[in-house]
Design a binder for this molecule. Sequence first.
Ligand SMILES: [Zn+2]
Length: 183
Amino acid sequence: MRPIAPPDYLAGYPAHLADSVRETIACGKLGGILLKTYPQPHDVRTDRSLYDYVQAIRNRYLKNSAPLSKVAYDSKLQLLHKALGTHSTVPRVQGGKLKAKREIRIAGIFRDMPDAFLRMIVVHELAHLKESEHNKAFYQLCQHMEAQYFQLEFDLRAYLTYLDAGGEPLWPSTTSPTPGADG
Ligand SMILES: [Zn+2]
């Protein structure tokens, strides 16, 4: 495998915004700002509770979408600047018929984040049930499910940039996850 450059989480933003995040990180202030805005981690610790969390949002906004067969945290999922989670449609034969199996995997790093960031990535992956591309309709759907979607994505990307720069996790878990519980 050839080495890949670390992702630039702020690549999609105007230069002055990205620069201001990097400056805030460089002078050691970003962590405090994020903690003030998002003081608490969420408590969606297990795949089971993540499934319920995702279903609750799906049932509220996307009742008519295909049911989800699996929802899980995936610690092996690499964070990419375009794919913070994954959604996939796995074709499988069931009773002689080909059925699409819908799965949502959320990068394990989201286990130790505030509710707002988890909600943002869940909304993102749920929106992909309707729109596969990152187009206008896709982002409208994200905003429909979470009015603060763009602000949350920006703050999340600022946090990921901070971690990349060697910052300490801001919402570390008090108990380590059960080994192998990722499924
Ligand atoms: Zn996407």
